[in-house]
Design a protein around this ligand. Structure first.
Ligand code: SF4
Length: 421
């Protein structure tokens, strides 16, 4: 009788009833819409399904929209689409926002202002009457993390804290260390570069979960129009998904996103940690509105961080390296493999990421390759490849010489200076 009454009540969808039967109360809502007519309509409907824009943006609000600008590129599967952001901006104006800012602090080593320009985000935002803001250049405020297990305090860009509403607009992508990157991981881009490095140094998965306990977007709108599979978050392949997702809880959004990409939630390390800590909902606690997951699900190619394959030839030690160095090293290894030169790396140990001197493996007969600026302080110990991540690359001639040539280094430094890094 009770079930009959629930079924008649439009507020309860089938999924709610199933959850009720399993003993879970549904307390999260995530919507999925298809881009059939336009991105604008898909974004509007996704937000409408979870309560409409006026639930999140009030008259007179200053809104800060945080896209994902992870590289200086116009490739549509790497960064958040400017069209998705444009649609969100229009809705904010419609809700009566007084100021809309598109704020980003791209990964360490990536020029945020160039990323704004090359992705088309700056042009799109300005045409919609919004401002773009490089959060790296803003004053940073120290924020305590009271329930942090790894992070005790972080540096957050001041405009993020001053905004009335933070809207997180991530891209749906695979990630070489976290398996997926979506709402939770995108929040990292409100931090100073120093805090981003600290996250990796302390242990990315726990630290990301710590971060979402203090930086909470009111709304998350996922750009799943052209997603990424394989070696994400920058070197993967495009996937035409044609969807938009929305939800008010970043962890609930990521739980659904993992399912949409064909992954088990517990295989996504930061989500697994969040679930263990009782912070992320189970799928059964989430009401999925709009398109059912089964109708949009696609098995994404995993990021091929198939280190096992390479570890037979090369010793690699990068326990806390971020995706910049992990992705670049994987690409370097693939290039060596393709040219049949992987064996050349047998006499080396590659080290990347923030590590302590006591952790550096020293093996008789093996030379060290110190990959990336995190290892710069040990540069005297072996072949140092500068960059964050290195863009000169690790090549056979570099190995043969045992050093980066002055010309290469000079060219590299010039490029850094030109980019203002
Ligand atoms: S040097 Fe490499 S591991 Fe260190 S912050 Fe830069 S990209 Fe990440």
């Amino acid at each position: 009788m009770l079930l009959f009454r629930l079924a008649r009540n439009k507020l309860f969808s089938m999924i709610s009833i199933m959850s009720y039967l399993r003993g879970f109360s549904v307390s999260y809502r995530v919507s999925i819409t298809r881009v059939d007519v336009s991105i604008d309509l898909a974004v509007e409907r996704a937000i409408e399904l979870i309560g409409g824009i006026t639930k999140f943006v009030k008259k007179g609000d200053t809104v800060l929209i945080k896209p994902n600008l992870t590289r200086v590129t116009s490739e549509p599967h790497v960064c958040t689409s400017p069209d998705v952001v444009r649609a969100v901006i229009r809705l904010c104006w419609r809700a009566g926002a007084s100021r809309v800012i598109i704020g980003e602090s791209s990964p360490v080593g990536v020029d945020t202002e160039k990323a704004f320009e090359v992705t088309g985000m700056k042009k799109g935002a300005e045409e919609e009457g919004a401002e773009v803001l490089n959060l790296k250049k803003c004053p940073q405020v120290i924020v305590e993390v009271p329930s942090g297990r790894m992070l005790k305090r972080i540096e957050v860009a001041k405009p993020v804290l001053e905004a009335d509403t933070l809207i997180n607009v991530p891209k749906l992508k695979t990630h070489c260390t976290c398996l997926i990157t979506c709402a939770m991981k995108n929040i990292k881009g409100v931090l100073s570069d120093a805090s981003k490095r600290e996250l990796h140094r302390l242990g990315l998965y726990e630290a990301l979960v710590d971060l979402v306990t203090v930086v909470k977007p009111k709304l998350n709108v996922v750009d799943g129009v052209i997603a990424m599979e394989g070696l994400g978050p920058v070197d993967g392949d495009p996937v035409e998904m044609g969807i938009v997702m929305a939800g008010d809880d970043p962890l609930a959004v990521d739980v659904v996103a993992a399912q949409v990409m064909g992954f088990r939630v517990e295989d996504v390390p930061p989500l697994r940690v969040a679930i263990e800590r009782g912070l992320a909902p189970k799928l059964e606690q989430i009401e999925v509105l709009g398109e059912p997951i089964e109708r949009v699900r696609r098995s994404f190619k995993r990021p091929e961080v198939d280190l096992e394959k390479y570890l037979k030839c090369v010793e690699i030690y990068m326990p806390r390296a971020c995706s910049g160095c992990v992705g670049t090293i994987m690409n370097v290894l693939k290039i060596f493999e393709k040219s049949g030169e992987l064996e050349l790396l047998r006499k080396y140990i590659i080290i990347a990421g923030p590590i302590e001197e006591s952790e550096i493996p020293r093996v008789a007969g093996k030379q060290l390759i110190l990959f990336g600026n995190c290892t710069a302080r040990y540069r005297e110990l072996g072949l140092f490849i500068p960059g964050c991540p290195p863009r000169i690359g690790l090549t056979v001639p570099t190995l043969e010489r045992g050093c980066i040539t002055d010309v290469e280094e000079e060219r590299y430094l010039r490029r850094l200076k030109k980019n203002g890094e």
